[in-house]
Ligand binder design. Structure first.
Ligand code: ZN
Ligand code: ZN
Length: 438
């Protein structure tokens, strides 16, 4: 989904990706941090710019990586949906492919448009897999061996049998999810609603009897464009267009954002004992998360060894808390995210930390600590060796975050791969490329 917006400094047109957090103008080199008051509001433009009496109809849009833990296994995919945000028989229930096909722009106070307010609040249940138990009949093919005569001969008799198989959904989670409102323009002509993009009637039913059956108001939302300067020292921070964390090399600090503005984030740089000097030209960011877990005993590393039946002899000290989860702080394909989280969590990095930012480039940090916490139950399901035992526990597991530390790991690289030798974990470069579109 792409958004067109004029640079607030010089007025040049800039095309943004939906995942962008920074507004970068290639003409005047302005870099600004975008912050909506509640959620981003976008709209399509009518085909005829001179059309009067345009009314904008609201749709919720939800996008995120979806993980499910079911009887048949752990799966992941991308959910990308729009839903009509008002009760209505007049408008289509979804925008279909329109958000991918047409450019949008931010709704701005100066637009002075007339909007139908969203009458249905967005709920996660709209996008969740609703049926948590399904049954399917499966045909099982077997071969039965039947003894023939007394010479020890056997006959092979193929049989088929019908079996009822239960598929239960134990857990689902959304990571890196965004929720926004998209307004699509329409107008009334001859008592019928018309789509203002296609300029055709929206439905074939009888014309409207009432004058206009929806409440309409003029919105005055705005996106705040904030400077990307470090709140501590005032120098420009380092960040890519979709970074969720800004880094300041001048005063050695990291900044995340919440509703109030930028807030300090704890970080550390892992000291590698396995990379040769001068071989590191890139760092990858990870979240080290400590949580309190109810419904499953996972307080210390020894608990993980037992949960995963890891081929390790439990060492003294492993029975002591804390236990840390490790997850990537950068987007990549969901399957690779799960694998790396598992490998890093099992590796239980206990090397030294440096409290300074690395002196080589860092992969853009576009997953937050909240995203990391949202993924933990799926990672627990992945770590558990006995799925029959672990999966039924998932619905009752409660996770309370206690501490998040952003850790930068040095990696060495080949043509196609990044390798972290201390963890013994590799990452194909194309998984990072694919992750950029998520
Ligand atoms: Zn500009
Ligand atoms: Zn600074």
């Amino acid at each position: 989904m792409q958004i067109e917006h004029q640079c607030p400094r010089c007025g040049a047109p800039v095309v943004l990706e939906e995942t962008d957090t920074l507004f970068t103008c290639s003409f005047c080199k302005t870099r600004l941090y975008m912050k909506p008051r509640d959620c981003f509001r976008y709209c399509f433009s009518p085909a005829d710019p001179l059309l009067e009496q345009v009314i904008y109809v609201p749709y919720w849009r939800f996008r995120g990586v979806h993980y499910t833990c079911r009887t048949s296994g752990i799966a992941n995919g991308i959910v990308d949906k729009t839903f009509l945000a008002v009760e209505s028989k007049h408008f289509p229930q979804s925008l279909g492919l329109r958000p991918q096909a047409l450019k949008l722009h931010f709704v701005q106070p100066a637009d002075n448009f007339r909007f139908i307010p969203p009458g249905i609040p967005f709920e996660k249940s709209f996008v969740e897999a609703k049926h948590n138990v399904t049954y399917e009949t499966v045909t099982v093919h077997e071969t039965r061996f039947v003894r023939r005569g007394t010479e020890g001969d056997y006959a092979e008799i193929p049989i088929t049998r019908r079996e009822l198989r239960e598929e239960r959904l134990y857990h689902e989670a959304f990571i890196a999810d965004t929720m926004s409102l998209i307004y699509t323009p329409m107008f009334v002509r001859n008592g019928r609603f018309h789509d203002a993009i296609l300029n055709e009637p929206l439905y074939d039913g009888p014309p409207l009897h009432e004058s206009f059956p929806y409440e309409v108001f003029s919105g005055s939302w705005a996106v705040d464009f904030m400077p990307t300067l470090c709140p501590e020292c005032g120098w420009d921070t380092l960040a890519e267009r979709d970074s969720r964390i800004l880094l300041c090399n001048t005063c050695n600090s990291a900044w995340g954002n919440d509703r109030q503005g930028l807030k300090r984030i704890s970080f550390a740089t892992a000291v590698s004992t396995k990379t040769a000097q001068g071989s590191v030209r890139q760092y990858l960011p990870f979240w080290r998360i400590r949580v309190e877990i109810e419904g499953l005993k996972l307080d210390c590393y020894a608990d993980l060894v037992r949960l995963g039946n890891l081929p390790r002899v439990i060492q003294p000290g492993w029975e002591e808390p804390p236990f840390f989860f490790w997850t990537p702080a950068f987007k990549m394909t969901p399957a690779v995210y799960r694998r790396m989280s598992k490998q890093f969590t099992i590796a239980n990095f206990s090397g030294e930390f440096d409290d300074r930012l690395p002196d080589a480039p860092i992969q853009a940090i576009n997953l937050t600590a909240e995203d990391a916490v949202d993924s933990l139950i799926t990672i627990i399901a992945d770590l558990g060796i006995n799925k029959k035992k672990v999966l039924p526990l998932l619905p009752d597991i409660k996770i309370t975050p206690r501490e998040a530390l952003l850790v930068f790991f040095p990696v060495t690289e080949t043509d196609h791969e990044y390798i972290q030798p201390d963890i013994k974990c590799g990452l194909m470069k194309n998984a990072l490329e694919k992750g950029k579109n998520i």
